[in-house]
Ligand binder design. Structure first.
Ligand code: G
Ligand code: G
Ligand code: MN
Ligand code: NA
Length: 255
């Protein structure tokens, strides 16, 4: 299996990279942004997916999780500003671990980014998963507010699978929710999933949050999610995650 040292070496030798998956508006199908997802492209051509990478990073005892998260922040802000110079104006969603989000170095790095690339912050969305936030809700709340002061939006990832989703909504001033794929897979036929999605949408909209549906693989799911009131959608029906060099060519064909 992969060790933390393997990941450190891969970071140093530039083998860790971000792949991008589009997120569209369900109103007009236009692309709004891209979620960045980590990959390890080994020198021998082998591609390692996110799960083993994240597992190695989280099991490391040192500060690799922080170093890696800061690297993602830097990389994404750089990408947003590089795209802007090419008249390609799109949000980037990044995944940040709860441990990093709650660590002082997260806001330090975000302040740095705000100084270096001020307007990139307005195109950056930080996705966090629920459960670990519950340990220090007041701290999480303050960090979210600081993000928003810098123009950065915050989304709850994998929404609905945590055991206290509604507590989360009560205390955290989020910008959006990403409905977990497990509620999407059996649409449009599953009545329970339809009711759950429509309930999440009502609560989210009452709280002024946008709803992103994840993991839609076909048009029936897409149409169902639109009919249920979701705002945005991400999934293989639009595109799988792709390497950076494929993003603009894909985008131009999609239009
Ligand atoms: O891309 P893929 O479907 O393999 O991602 C699997 C999981 O890994 C998802 O839960 C995703 O949130 C997580 N993940 C992908 N990229 C990153 C990243 O850059 N940082 C963190 N913390 N998690 C990531
Ligand atoms: O947990 P998070 O939402 O960050 O992870 C997104 C993960 O979901 C990525 O690993 C991505 O590859 C995967 N994914 C995105 N769209 C689809 C889809 O339509 N079907 C499936 N099975 N996985 C998807
Ligand atoms: Mn995510
Ligand atoms: Na998710």
């Amino acid at each position: 299996s992969i060790s933390a040292v393997d990941i450190e070496n891969a970071l140093d030798s530039d083998e860790i990279c971000l792949w991008y998956q589009p997120i569209i508006s369900l109103r007009n199908k236009h692309v709004i942004g891209y979620e960045s997802l980590v990959r390890w492209q080994k020198a021998d051509g082998q591609l390692v997916g996110a799960l083993p990478i994240i597992k190695a990073i989280e099991s490391a005892r040192g500060d690799l999780e922080i170093r890696f998260g800061n690297w993602i922040l830097q990389k994404s802000a750089q990408q947003i500003s590089e795209w802007k110079t090419q008249d390609f104006f799109h949000d980037i969603h990044i995944n940040i671990s709860a441990r990093h989000f709650l660590h002082p170095s997260f806001l330090q790095e975000l302040h740095k980014i705000h100084t270096q690339y001020a307007d990139a912050c307005h195109s950056l969305i930080v996705e966090i998963t629920e459960s670990a936030m519950l340990d220090d809700m007041e701290r999480a709340r303050r960090i979210i507010l600081r993000c928003q002061e810098l123009g950065v939006r915050v989304a709850a990832d994998d929404f609905g699978t945590g055991y206290s989703s509604l507590t989360y909504l009560k205390y955290l001033p989020l910008n959006s929710l990403k409905i977990d794929r497990s509620f999407v897979t059996d649409l449009p036929h599953n009545q329970v999933d339809r009711d759950i999605v429509s309930g999440i949408v009502s609560i989210a909209h009452a709280l002024n949050l946008l709803v992103v549906a994840e993991g839609a693989e076909n048009d029936d799911q897409l149409e169902s999610l639109r009919a249920l009131g979701c705002d945005q959608l991400q999934g293989y029906v639009i595109s799988q995650p792709m390497p950076l060099e494929q993003v603009m060519p894909w985008h131009n064909l999609y239009k």
